[in-house]
Design a protein around this ligand. Sequence first.
Ligand code: GLN
Length: 547
Amino acid sequence: MARFIFITGGVVSSLGKGLASAALGALLQARGFSVRLRKLDPYLNVDPGTMSPFEHGEVFVTDDGAETDLDLGHYERFTGVPARKTDSVSSGRIYTNVLEKERRGDYLGKTIQVIPHVTNEIKDFIAIGEDEVDFMLCEIGGTVGDIEGLPFFEAIRQFGQERPRGQCVFMHLTLLPFIAASGELKTKPTQHSVKELRSIGLAPDILVCRSEGPIPEKEREKLALFCNVRPDSVIAAQDLKSIYEAPLAYHREGLDQAVLDAFGISPAPKPDLRVWEDVADRINNPEGEVKVAIVGKYTQLEDAYKSIAEALTHGGMANRVKVKVEWVDAEVFDREDPAPHLEGFHAILVPGGFGERGTEGKIKAAEFARTRGVPYLGICLGMQMAVIEAARNLADLGDAGSEEFDHEAGKKRFTPVVYHLKEWVQGNHKVERKVTDDKGGTMRLGAYDAVLAEGSKVAEAYGDVAIEERHRHRYEVDIKYREALEKQGLLFSGMSPDGRLPEIVEVKDHPWFIGVQFHPELKSKPFDPHPLFRDFVRAAKDNSRLV
Ligand code: GLN
């Protein structure tokens, strides 16, 4: 039977609750426990799949094909435990489930209410698979006091009450603002936040306080007294240079010890933190620097490409270099020659994306990388653009394009080198889609196998010819152009096992030019960098010696 840790936040959003949860997960693992992390989001969307990256940052895709919150990415990167569909839920999903049950008549004529029906649905979700792990960490999205969050707070209150004593621990994350004029860290917002929690029946066992500097003893005692927690359960979370220092920093502050104490686990098993010491060493002591351009559309918002930025950092760690990322707006290339914008970079990455805006610029970026011998990694849309570039400029298909853009424009303008995929195989069954399908959850989602060509660059990177990677796309490179493109040196070096769907292309006689239909960034970890990001950064490093 698992022990449960509920993580809530107060005062302001974006305090790093997801990161604190992930780091705690890693620390519990370091002490020999198994963990699973979960995110409960109060918003009403059924999942973040249909939300714009401007709204919600990246959509993180799980192996089993769920489109989830980007915090699940942090969880995976810190614990290495692959997230599942059942690790992310929103109010929208909970209410959909409740209303479906109501329509089916499952509630036997009862009046359906937030308490108990919605809260029961939330509690059932929290408990899924509880026998599999030692600790289940459940993070509640948003901040205490949000109207949408109330059913979740009520559900975890009930959960804690229904379970045997000592099975649940509540951790609350707040902010200690520093007021420069008085030179003080202020505890009042935290006191109010805890008061708010207590008014709905929740008493935190542990307070994690974000602050710029250390918490002086006086403030720590004050927090403990006014918030009714033990002084050694007031944990300082100071700003860090890198998120990957978080496990060691939280350990030094005593977070894992405080959690084990709160559960009464004594003596606590000793932690083995060597993995995180090595990670911190690689982050803090790079031996050089490479510059990588990410040519994309959502460049204002780094969270839109969170996993890519992290995977590049991991690739840097593997090569002991710092990867300096610059975001280049693809639309600039609609008007300007890309060369002066891209010449200073050691490598170019074109990430995934949706819609036509910015795609001509991405095609130009791919052309620049191909013709100048600059390392290129194209992910999903970035692979599709590389194929269109080769079709237009090498295979005499001047009007090559993607059906996605024709659908968007409502008229036919391109030869569909990339077409709308309506049928594919998943495991041992066939999946079918129509153009008119709903937008939510209807893409080719989740883990699929691919077979790599012997002797290809990708096979060399993976050290294998059988791989499994996560997908999130609706459109697909048309196999019928394979021969024409391969003749021109664009090799289809990775295919779906049935040989019908191009998964990877690479340019022959190029230092490193790879396009992948899947999202390798989702599986990269600081302690286990993804092979494609490792080799992409290595190619950038080799190139930096030449530039
Ligand atoms: N828009 C493209 C498609 O649906 C690419 C998707 C992506 O980059 N994730 O196929």
